[in-house]
Design a protein around this ligand. Structure first.
Ligand SMILES: Cc1cc2nc3c(=O)[nH]c(=O)nc-3n(C[C@H](O)[C@H](O)[C@H](O)COP(=O)(O)OP(=O)(O)OC[C@H]3O[C@@H](n4cnc5c(N)ncnc54)[C@H](O)[C@@H]3O)c2cc1C
Length: 402
């Protein structure tokens, strides 16, 4: 719709405008986003090809000259004989007369269309901001200082790990949260926070006891060996798609990345924790994928309607472009790519996460299916990469059948 109607973040009329960083993140193939880019390249992604043309030196990262990049994408799209670019705001979901429809209006989808999508989804499961808690790698935690327990012993008993705190530790953590540097809110992000999902530092600012009566409540979490109730507890919840990662319950945050590391590593048991994903909070329009979408990004209500890009609940330039590539494929052949590939893992996240806790995600190793069998830890990543690439190379060589 740009430039006829602008969003609060975009500044040009070019397609594929990078609104913030100019980086497509790591190009190391043992990094999940590096693997994703490699898979996209094998499937001849236009975005990766244009990124290569606009690439600038940035060490291990894949960074681009943003103006050149979006100019190259715009030219490439406009040069396609079978594409017509209309620059209008779409305000309704009138799709009669089309064989299929792809909606890819991103995190800043305009309000009339937001309302139309919301109606289409039965006003259940379309959100306008995200609240992401950090995810930690299990093998970086000190289990000797943590214990398994669900509140009041509900659940399997091994769904939550608890980091107990005494008063001194709790007050030091609250103090660190209050003094941590945070990312400033953009104008268009003001007042997006619901009371039920505030940033952890905002909760801390409401009073020294607020966290202890909120996400760090110790009631029902008495230590299984001693029966003692800690002064406060930080709970780690298993990521539903893997046993190797935990998210920190209630720790959605706007703290800057180095500050997240500093503050969270103050928690006993988490001193050396490795972050699979940092926390964040943004204005972000996205659909509750597990409620409404299939692993091929079709709506459950009508398989002719696809969503693509960040609105599906993936996060980031590369992931959004990857979903575009997948949807183009699924229009012809709605067979989901295997979950051991980084591309397939995005469909897994969107369709098979828990609908109650669904939040946007970058591609991470927590989403990509493990290699099964007796594999040494040091070899595991390499095996995952080899298996994923072999699968994508095989698919690239096969015709996409309707
Ligand atoms: C402020 C901000 C900063 C970000 N920073 C980063 C970052 O540093 N790194 C990163 O990886 N990701 C970042 N993201 C996320 C990034 O924007 C997305 O990952 C990516 O651009 C999403 O791609 P997309 O194609 O889904 O949506 P977009 O790139 O947003 O494209 C959607 C397009 O749809 C148009 N549109 C919206 N509503 C309508 C309508 N009703 N009718 C017609 N057109 C419409 C918009 O104008 C837009 O051009 C940021 C997002 C925001 C909002």
């Amino acid at each position: 719709m740009r430039p006829a109607k602008m969003t609060p973040a975009h500044q040009t009329s070019n397609l594929a405008e990078l609104v913030c960083s100019n980086s497509f993140r790591s190009s190391a193939i043992t990094n999940a986003v590096g693997l994703l880019k490699r898979e996209m390249q094998i499937l001849e992604s236009l975005v990766i090809r244009c990124g290569d043309e606009a690439r600038v030196p940035a060490g291990d990262a894949f960074a681009v000259d943003r103006e050149r990049f979006s100019a190259v994408v715009t030219q490439a799209v406009e040069a396609q004989a079978n594409i017509t670019v209309y620059r209008d705001e779409i305000t309704s979901l009138d799709y009669s007369g089309y064989d299929f429809l792809v909606i890819a209006t991103g995190p800043l989808t305009s309000h009339p269309l937001f309302n139309a999508i919301n109606d289409f989804l039965g006003r259940d499961g379309l959100y306008f901001y995200d609240a992401i808690a950090p995810i930690l790698a299990a093998d970086s935690l000190d289990f000797s200082k943590l214990y398994w327990k669900s509140r009041y012993d509900k659940g399997s008993g091994r769904d939550y790990l608890n980091a107990p705190m005494n008063r001194e530790q709790y007050e030091a953590l609250v103090d660190a949260l209050l003094t941590a540097e945070i990312y400033p809110l953009h104008d268009f992000e003001q007042a997006v926070h619901f009371e039920g999902c505030l940033p952890i530092e905002e909760i801390a600012s409401r009073g020294i006891e607020t966290l202890r009566f909120g996400p760090m409540k110790p009631v029902g979490l008495e230590h299984p060996m001693t029966g003692e109730r800690p002064y406060a507890v930080v709970q780690l919840r298993k990521e539903d798609l893997s046993d190797e990662y935990f998210n920190i319950v209630g720790f959605q945050t706007k703290m800057k990345v180095p500050e997240q590391k500093r503050v969270i590593q103050m928690i006993a048991g988490l001193e050396n924790c490795a972050f699979a994903r940092f926390g964040s909070m943004h204005r972000n329009t996205f659909i509750n994928g597990p409620k409404h979408l299939t692993p091929t990004f079709q709506t459950k209500r009508d398989p002719r309607i696809f969503f693509a890009g960040q609105i599906t609940g993936v996060e980031g330039y590369v992931e959004s472009a990857a979903v575009g590539l997948l949807v183009a494929r699924y229009i012809d052949d709605p067979t989901p790519l295997p979950y051991h590939t980084a591309l397939g893992a995005l469909g897994r996240h969107v369709a098979e996460s828990s609908p109650d806790r669904y939040q946007p995600s970058n591609v991470t190793w927590a989403l990509i299916e493990d290699v099964i069998g007796n594999v040494r830890k040091s070899d595991k990543r390499q095996r995952q990469v080899e298996r994923a690439i072999a699968t994508i190379e095989r698919l690239a060589g096969e015709p996409v059948s309707a």
